[in-house]
Structures are given as structure tokens and as C-alpha cells.
Design a protein around this ligand. Structure first.
Ligand code: SAH
Length: 399
């Protein structure tokens, strides 16, 4: 059983919660010191003791908990989770009907009504990601609700708790059902990805970039020399090669990126001869490229929001302009830059300003060709636009 705590909202936060804002912060409450155990069910009232909403306490970097319901008589029980899960699956019917794509998100946190939990689909297998100890305390109920509602081959999980909050009960990522092959081959718009569900933090591909990869393959790559920076397993390079790129160069600091990228090329029957895979700090590679006067027809740049390497600390918010300037200098005139960020702490508009500043500082003209944010399966809550963290801009370098 989850203990229940009644909390009083400060007047200035009542309306925002009533209007649909899903995230809770300690500062919203008069009596937040009552919050102790993560997973507690929270009943929120205004000062006149009128019911406003209910939610749970769970610590994430984003905040301190999430709203689950605005109905006083709605219980947070097995039936609640069944309803919520079924609704999320119904919303994605078109994805299940598409035989060319077998990897997508089926439950996206607060966008689907339960902040702190995401569920991804990989060819019959499901991956649950728990973002706080608080949501993890609901695991049994949520899993039971899932099993009652959905047919599946197997279930895996990742726990993304804050540093202290490790539960030691389950060491493997495998939860139940059949174990998936390692790797599991999934499809995305007809291409193949190797996925490792039981391999620690990341499984091999970021599903939120699906539409960007498709655009690169179908509209941009043909005949181009492509540089893919912060390339991870080379997903953008694979789509560029499938779209007829003349060559691809993938650069990532992590040693694992070399075999992982080779594997993704191989399972798509792409000739490895024309693909360069370089394990190096991107910032050093830029220096090398400038020295060698290398120029590319298309450069993809998709850095982490924050990263620390031996020589560099990179934060998208502070350093994106500088990064873009390096990229612009090694892009051919008339070439395309695909500038991407998953930083939730600035908007598409601010990102546009970063892009503008980088080009203006270099006195180079450009044209924005198109913009992408999260695809439909990464459902965003109407009143929580900061949930739409992805920003990708296709830019043409003009002069
Ligand atoms: N673009 C990738 C995802 C990038 S994830 C995709 O679409 O799949 C971020 C990657 O940046 C990680 O693989 C990490 O190893 C790499 N990285 C972080 N700092 C780096 C640096 N300074 N130089 C090169 N790679 C870096």
C-alpha cells in the first residue's frame, strides 16, 4: 500500500495545476516538509480544503512528483493503470499497423498521464524505463495492469534513478516473459537496427529521431559526403548511406561506437568501404578537418545536452553557438547542416537564435529548410510543452 499525504497548494499554483500542468515541485506546497517517502500518494487541496488533484512523490531532475488525476473519486489502482495503458496503446494504433517500423514509444510519461515512466516497443518486446524511486514503487501494479491488457513476448526495464536510489532487487534488465535475442533486430521505415535490451543504460538507437533519419535518407543524402558528429551507433550515417550518400564519416568519443556502428552498417548490407568510423573527440576532429581542409556536403550535429570529456565540458545551452561555428566552417557552400539538440532547458525559438548568431558571427548567409520536434509516439502533454525537448533544424549554408 502507498501511504497517502494531504498537501496544501500555495494559492499562486492552484490554477496552473487545475489547468493541466502535470509536474509538481516542493515549492508549490505550504507543507512540503510532510513529503518523506517516495511513492507516497499526494492529495492536493487549496487553502479552503477544496480538492484540486492527486499525484505521487518521486524525485527526478525535472521536479518532485507528477499529477495522476484531477478527479477526486478516481482511485490510483490497478484499474487506473489498465485504463491509462490501454488509452496510450489506442493512440498509437497506426504504429502497430505499420509493418515497416517495429520500434517506437508506446508510453511517454506525463504525455500519456503518468510522469516518470516510459515504455518502448521493440518487435514484440517492451522496455520500461523508471525515472524515480517514486514511480518504481508502483512497479508491481503497473506491470500487472500491463500484463492484463497487452500481449507481449518479453519485458525489460531500465532504472534511471538519481545516484543514491538504486534498488538491488533485480540486477538484470530482464523482467519476465521470453528473453529477447541479443541483439534483437528491429525495423525502422524499412531499415534494420540491432538493439540490445539487456545492455545497461542505452539500447542502441534513439527512437525520437525517426523522422529526421527518414528525411536524411529520402530527401537529402543522395550523392553527398556526410559527416555525422556525436554519432553513437551511427544511426544517421546508416540512413544517409541507405539514401545514397557518396560517403559517411561518423565521429564519436566512445570506443564502443566503432563495433556498434560497423554492426548497424553490416545488418543493412551497406558497403563498409565507403564508411569512415572515427573514435575521437569531435572538437579535436574539427581541428583536424580544418587543417586538412576537409569540407562536407552535409554535417549532422547531435551532441548530448551536457558532456564532459578530458579536455572539454560541453553544455548545449552555453556552447551550441561555438559548436555550430566549427561545423559551418567544414560545410561546403550550398551544403546542409542538420543541427539537433535534446536539451529541455531552451526552446526552438532560442535554438533558432543560436543558429542565427553562429552564422552572423561568421558573416555567412543561411536558409532554414525545415524543423522537427518530437514524433507523434513521443506524446507531449498539452500544458507541458517543455516535454517537447527535441529540436532539429535543417539549414542550408548559402554563402
Ligand atoms: N546522434 C546519436 C546520438 C548521440 S548520443 C544518434 O542519433 O544515435 C551522444 C553521443 O555523444 C554519445 O555516443 C557520446 O559518446 C558522444 N560524445 C559526447 N561527447 C563527445 C565528444 N566530445 N566527442 C565525440 N563524441 C562525444
Amino acid at each position: 500500500m502507498h501511504n497517502q499525504i494531504d498537501l496544501t497548494l500555495k494559492p499562486e499554483f492552484v490554477q496552473q495545476i487545475q489547468n493541466g500542468y502535470p509536474l509538481l515541485m516542493k515549492e508549490y506546497f505550504e507543507d512540503w516538509s510532510k513529503l518523506q517517502e517516495e511513492g507516497s500518494l499526494l492529495h492536493l487541496y487549496d487553502k479552503k480544503k477544496r480538492f484540486i488533484a492527486k499525484g505521487y512523490y518521486g524525485l527526478q531532475n525535472k521536479g518532485h512528483g507528477w499529477i495522476l488525476s484531477r478527479k477526486e473519486d478516481e482511485k490510483i489502482d490497478r484499474e487506473f493503470f489498465i485504463r491509462t495503458i490501454k488509452e496510450a496503446f489506442a493512440y498509437r494504433k497506426e504504429f502497430f499497423d505499420d509493418t515497416q517500423t517495429t520500434a517506437f514509444r508506446v508510453f511517454n510519461g506525463e504525455g500519456d498521464g503518468i510522469g516518470g515512466l516510459s515504455i518502448d516497443y521493440f518487435e514484440g518486446y517492451y522496455l520500461f524505463t523508471w525515472y524515480s524511486i517514486g514511480i518504481y514503487t508502483f512497479k508491481e501494479n503497473i506491470l500487472e495492469a500491463f500484463k492484463q491488457s497487452i500481449d507481449f513476448k518479453g519485458i525489460y526495464q531500465k532504472k534511471r534513478f538519481n545516484s543514491k536510489g538504486m534498488y538491488l532487487d533485480d540486477k538484470s534488465d530482464f523482467v519476465c516473459g521470453q528473453e529477447a535475442p541479443q541483439p534483437l533486430h528491429v525495423k525502422e521505415n524499412g531499415a534494420t537496427f540491432a538493439i540490445y535490451l539487456d545492455d545497461g543504460a542505452m539500447v542502441g538507437v534513439f527512437l525520437d529521431q525517426r523522422e529526421v533519419r527518414k528525411a536524411i535518407r529520402d530527401k537529402y543524402a543522395k550523392g553527398k559526403t556526410v559527416l555525422n558528429t556525436f554519432s553513437y551507433t551511427g544511426a544517421f550515417s546508416v540512413f544517409a548511406a541507405l539514401g545514397g550518400a557518396k560517403s559517411t564519416t561518423s565521429v564519436d568519443l566512445a570506443k564502443r561506437s566503432l563495433p556498434k556502428t560497423q554492426e548497424q552498417f553490416r545488418i543493412n548490407n551497406i558497403d563498409l568501404q565507403k564508411q569512415n568510423i572515427i573514435v575521437e573527440d569531435v572538437f579535436l576532429y574539427f581541428k583536424y578537418a580544418v587543417r586538412k581542409k576537409l569540407l562536407f556536403d552535409m554535417v549532422v550535429v547531435d551532441p548530448p545536452s551536457f558532456a564532459r570529456s578530458k579536455k572539454h565540458t560541453f553544455s548545449a545551452n552555453k556552447d551550441y553557438v561555438k559548436l555550430l561555428k566549427e561545423v559551418i566552417q567544414i560545410t561546403n557552400k550550398g551544403g546542409i547542416i542538420v543541427a539537433s539538440t535534446n536539451a529541455a532547458n531552451f526552446s526552438m525559438m532560442t535554438f533558432g537564435r543560436f543558429i542565427d548568431k553562429a552564422f552572423k558571427d561568421l558573416k555567412i548567409k543561411y536558409k532554414v529548410l525545415e524543423r522537427y520536434s518530437l514524433p507523434k509516439d513521443f506524446r507531449v502533454a498539452k500544458k507541458f510543452q517543455e516535454g517537447d525537448y527535441l529540436k532539429v533544424v535543417f539549414i542550408k549554408k548559402l554563402s
